[in-house]
Design a protein around this ligand. Structure first.
Ligand SMILES: NC(=O)c1ccc[n+]([C@@H]2O[C@H](COP(=O)([O-])OP(=O)(O)OC[C@H]3O[C@@H](n4cnc5c(N)ncnc54)[C@H](OP(=O)(O)O)[C@@H]3O)[C@@H](O)[C@H]2O)c1
Length: 280
């Protein structure tokens, strides 16, 4: 028999403290929900908007109505700006003196012809998807270091995209700088894995394919809609919240303890069948 102590708790996050950027909707909200349902003690979600249908407050209300032991907290912050990240860290410190999990999920995209992309679009994308992620890791590292141990390291998860490893869209609705920013996020993750691993912090990348969301819905429509994309996916569907929940809990639980510097694509295999001549 193998020695697998506490196997029953292998995928649990009991007592953990998590920060999720872009947690008010979409993939970030899927991750925050999963963390609380896996036993996390506190999940701090952040986004720019506090009010309204898409704001943080409605998300926090919904999470706290799940009737779970852990609590959700909302802190508005623009994580494309260093000063806002510093403030976010200080706000979290008012509640907790350590952080076990940081999910750098908030991201921006831009679609246009190559010739039409203004410099401001590149700046917006790089500020949030690359500089912002670096700054988040840097400013949260003292709190992450405090929580991590040799046996149970703290976790940084960078939400990238399969666009970070392939060239998904050029031409009329090209997303060149988005794709470039996500490639940078992948390599940032590998660098952080080596830099922070000895400080008991692991870093990994989750690279989603298409999941219906405010960010993705426009492009999904442009590409022919959900049915068309289902047909071109080896699994014949787009991503659903459970797909993100599963990989997030896995990477942040004891089950993911020894994984460091990995990219995990969550796309049903679509990135492998992305060639223009591929017809499944
Ligand atoms: N959905 C997909 O198909 C897909 C595929 C591949 C990769 N991704 C990646 O997954 C991540 C989440 O995307 P999503 O589809 O869930 O998008 P979404 O539904 O549009 O959610 C984006 C979240 O980020 C927040 N946000 C945006 N800019 C921010 C900023 N400067 N500071 C703080 N928060 C900010 C938004 O809230 P506010 O607007 O209030 O700030 C919102 O909470 C992104 O990194 C994206 O690139 C998504």
């Amino acid at each position: 028999m193998s020695d697998l102590p506490n196997f029953e708790r292998m995928f649990r996050l009991d007592g953990k403290i998590a920060v999720v950027t872009g947690g008010s909707r979409g993939l970030g909200l899927h991750a925050a929900t999963a963390f609380l349902r896996a036993g996390a003690k506190a999940v701090f979600i952040t986004a720019r908007k506090a009010e309204g249908e898409q704001g943080i407050n409605q998300a926090v209300d919904k999470l706290n109505k799940l009737g779970l032991k852990g609590k959700a907290f909302g802190i508005p912050a623009n994580v494309a700006q260093e000063s806002e990240i510093v403030r976010l860290v200080e706000e979290v410190k008012k509640h907790e003196d350590k952080v076990d999990i940081l999910v750098a999920n908030a991201g921006a995209t831009w679609g246009s012809r190559f010739e039409d992309a203004p410099d401001s679009s590149s700046q917006k994308i790089l500020d949030l998807n690359v500089r912002g992620v670096f700054n988040l890791a840097q400013k949260f590292s003292p709190l992450l270091e405090k929580a991590g141990t040799h046996d149970d390291p703290s976790r940084i998860i960078i939400v990238s995209s399969t666009a970070g490893t392939n060239v998904p869209h050029v031409g009329e609705h090209g997303t060149i700088m988005y794709s470039v920013s996500k490639a940078a996020a992948h390599h940032l993750s590998r660098n952080l894995a080596v830099e922070l691993g000895p400080r008991n912090i692991t870093t990994n990348t989750v690279a989603p394919g298409f999941f219906p969301s405010k960010l993705a819905n426009g492009l999904i429509e442009i590409l022919g809609g959900e049915n068309e994309l289902n047909d071109s996916n080896p699994r014949r569907r787009l991503g659903v919240p459970e797909d993100i929940a599963g990989v997030m809990v896995f990477l942040c639980s004891r089950a993911g303890n020894y994984i460091n510097g990995e990219d995990i694509a969550v796309d049903g295999g679509a990135r492998l069948a992305a060639g223009r001549l591929t017809k499944l």
